[in-house]
Design a protein around this ligand. Structure first.
Ligand code: COA
Length: 321
């Protein structure tokens, strides 16, 4: 028994923030941002629009593409670091919105690796027979966690959501998943506090993303190179067996390094970082949906998804679409 992606969807809030808009907020330039990151613009959710709102739009599109109704869904997993509320989970809020009744629903918090962690978890539910039709979403309003006076972080992130429907199938789907974490790197990419560590700052909204970008960059490139090797070896595959790389969209230079490691031409790599920025857990399902809908990714092709994020966490999913 395999778990197979049978439908995809995504959603971006309408409001676009360009690099030129950011030039008015912090000392930066379009040239610097494009050269160091590949990002030209990002979408920002307007006030009052939440992570669950974005997740709902993406989920409805994935359900329509997969032709499943709310009563078919027997598991909901949302990967997010920017949940609507401390609790209930965004997955529970989404379950209510979609009128799905009485199935397990929970969030996964693995920052930018969240969607890979979520797919790996759902794959195990399906392979053990605990679920047959799962809704898996990556959704973020990470703009709410940004310090708009900190040029080293505020230029990098954006908001959005992507979703997939995963069904039990006898046809090949997810071939393998690989998850890792190393909490020793907790301070290189973090939010400086939260409910329990800094309750006063949390209540006052003074907790923001902090990052030692240079150090994150180096570990990310090395680690993603290793996960490519690990994934190929586990499946006894060659680099040339991969049809598409769908990487986490953090920085075009990190993506280029992984593509080079795979000896993959950039026209077989799905990139959205220029238009979306880093949407954390939403970035892979967003990019995947874009390439499915524009006809690049075809049924039967072999896809490698890989991600790296705060924790550090990292992982990959190899699948036949
Ligand atoms: N605009 C203009 N200058 C900026 C800037 C910005 N937005 N942000 C930083 N700078 C400056 C720095 O202050 C520094 O100036 P200094 O030399 O006078 O001190 C200079 O640019 C170089 O900074 P550095 O951090 O060494 O740049 P970099 O080449 O490493 O690029 C990142 C910075 C953040 C783009 C890069 O490190 C990166 O992408 N890291 C990975 C981040 C990431 O992907 N995180 C998420 C992982 S999921």
């Amino acid at each position: 028994m395999y778990s197979r992606i049978v439908g995809t969807g995504s959603y971006l809030p309408e409001k676009i923030m360009t690099n030129h808009d950011l030039e008015k907020l912090v000392e930066t330039s379009d040239e610097w941002i494009v050269e160091r990151t590949g990002i030209k613009q990002r979408h920002i959710a307007p006030e009052g629009v939440t992570t669950c709102d974005l997740a709902e739009q993406a989920a409805r599109k994935a359900m329509e593409a997969a032709q499943v109704s709310p009563s078919d869904i027997d598991l909901i997993v949302v990967a997010t670091t920017s949940a609507d509320r401390v609790f209930p989970s965004t997955a529970c809020l989404l379950q209510d919105r979609l009128d799905v009744r009485n199935c397990p629903a929970f969030d996964i918090q693995a920052v930018c690796t969240g969607f890979v962690y979520a797919l790996a978890t759902v794959d195990k539910f399906i392979k053990t027979g605990a679920a047959k039709c799962a809704l898996v979403v990556g959704a973020e309003t990470l703009s709410r966690l940004l310090d708009w006076t900190d040029r080293t972080t505020c230029v990098l992130f954006g908001d959005g959501a992507g979703a997939v429907i995963v069904k039990a199938s006898e046809e090949p789907g997810i071939l393998s998943t690989h998850l890792h974490a190393n909490g020793q790197y907790k301070d290189l990419l973090t939010v400086n506090g939260g409910i329990s560590e800094t309750p006063d700052d949390f209540r006052a909204g003074r907790n923001y993303i902090k990052m030692k970008g240079n150090e994150v960059f180096k570990v990310a490139v090395n680690t993603l190179g290793e996960i490519v090797d690990e994934t190929l070896a586990a499946n006894r595959m060659e680099k040339s067996d991969i049809d598409w790389l769908v990487p986490h969209q953090a920085n075009i230079r990190i993506i280029n390094a992984t593509a080079k490691k795979l000896r993959m031409p950039m026209d077989r790599v799905v990139t959205t970082v220029d238009r979306h920025g880093n949407t954390s857990a939403a970035s892979i399902p967003l990019a995947f949906d874009v390439a499915v809908r524009d006809g690049r990714i075809q049924r039967g092709e072999t896809i490698l998804m890989e991600a790296f994020g705060g924790g550090f966490t990292w992982g990959s999913v190899l699948l036949k679409y």
